[in-house]
Design a protein around this ligand. Structure first.
Ligand SMILES: Cc1ncc(COP(=O)(O)O)c(C=O)c1O
Length: 388
């Protein structure tokens, strides 16, 4: 009954672990979960108010497929202000979350025979969607000693005549690594003279703790022309449930193609979310964003310190996002068993590195309160010492 295409999809390990943790919690077990990928803060009130007004004003009907003009203007203004990027309305499309942006992008550009370069560890969705669209995944492995970033030489070695796309995630889920302007410029140089599209996923842009954020498309004219910039509000403004994402590209034919797909599949995103997103993009919630960023930074600093004091574990201090990618190579060579046993014995849920394409690590989300983080790491320490 099912297609070969749908059978290429695997279930997300993140969701599997989160669900198991929820089931154990429902059974009354004392569970601490560090597996989810969403802020533990509420959506700022000013954004909620904009949505309530939209409902009260009856803004509840179909809209333009690619987003109402005022929203696309807000996206264009944001890209100009924050990223130094100039895009016209026909170079922008609004989607049902950045995941949907990626789905539309891959559907429009990737087919059988195309290779897509994905640096590992990667966000779980990329390889699944690439396979679903018929493409072949080419992984470039990175390690904590190279700050989980690919080098120009690695990129050069991975390129073939079939390379269609390079996916960059900065800041990264699951490692929190952030590419500098110089690093992006050097990667861009390797691509000069090729037709490779860069998909730059910038979802965690606002969550930077050290250094500065640079958009891949901003480093050169060549990179601007080949890059599709993908972003949203889920992580930076605690709006995961609202479903708002967008992509912007120099190539108007590409945006038009994804609009055609969206018009025949989901149509416009929720009209109420569109009104709320304008307020968020225009900066009305910037002080809330800064409050969340500061809180995440404090948690990061403390969690990194405690983890690195645990014998057998080590972790890099991530420059952005809200994840730690903890090295367990001294105590385990099987991250899935490690995570399952940790959950069974200590009631602590983390996501095994193997799910992100990198064995020997687990992902620990610090988008949870500091007391839970302290207790959780203490339990992890007890578990690790029981392994020796
Ligand atoms: C790197 C990255 N990109 C995109 C997304 C998708 O975000 P959304 O679809 O909620 O906009 C996520 C969510 O986990 C993510 O971690």
């Amino acid at each position: 009954m099912l297609t070969d295409r749908i059978n290429t999809l695997s279930e997300s390990i993140t969701i599997a672990i989160t669900t198991l943790a929820q089931e154990l919690k429902a059974e009354g077990k004392d569970i601490l979960s560090f597996s989810a990928g969403e802020p533990d803060f509420d959506t700022p009130q000013v954004i909620k108010d904009a949505a309530i007004n939209a409902i009260n004003e009856g803004f509840t009907k179909y809209t333009a497929v690619d987003g109402i003009p005022a929203l696309k203007t807000a996206v264009a203004n944001k890209l100009k202000r924050d990223n130094g990027l100039t895009y016209a309305a026909n170079q922008i499309i609004v989607n049902n979350g950045a995941k949907h942006s990626l789905f539309n992008l891959f559907s429009a550009t990737i087919q059988k025979g195309d290779e897509v370069i994905i640096p590992a560890p990667y966000w779980v969705t990329y390889p699944e969607l690439v396979k679903y669209c018929g493409g072949t995944v080419v992984e470039i492995q990175t390690q904590d000693m190279s700050s989980f970033k690919i080098t120009p030489e690695q990129l050069k070695n991975a390129l073939t005549k079939n390379t269609k796309m390079l996916i960059l995630t900065t800041p990264s889920n699951p490692t929190g690594s952030v590419y500098t302007k110089e690093e992006l410029t050097a990667l861009g140089k390797v691509l000069e003279g090729t037709k490779v599209i860069v998909a730059s996923d910038e979802m965690y842009e606002k969550l930077i703790y050290d250094g500065t954020f640079t958009s891949a498309a901003s480093v050169s004219r060549d990179m601007y022309e080949r890059t599709v910039t993908i972003n949203g509000l889920s992580k930076s403004v605690a709006m995961t449930g609202w479903r708002f994402g967008y992509m912007a590209a120099h190539n108007t034919a590409l945006i038009k193609a994804t609009k055609k797909l969206q018009s025949q599949s989901t149509s416009n995103i929720n009209s109420i979310t569109q009104k709320a997103a304008i307020v968020a993009l225009d900066g009305a919630a910037d002080s809330d964003i800064e409050m969340m960023r500061r809180e995440f930074k404090a948690r990061r600093d403390e969690a990194v310190k405690i983890f690195n004091a645990v014998e057998g574990l080590s972790v890099l201090k991530p420059d952005g996002a809200f994840y730690l990618f903890v090295n367990i190579q001294k105590v385990s060579s099987d991250s899935l068993t490690f995570a399952k046993e940790l959950l069974a014995q200590k009631g602590v849920a983390v996501v095994p590195g193997v799910g992100f394409g990198s064995e020997g690590y687990f992902r620990f989300s610090f988008a949870t309160d500091i007391q839970s983080i302290r207790t959780g790491i203490k339990r992890i320490e007890e578990f690790v010492s029981s392994l020796k």
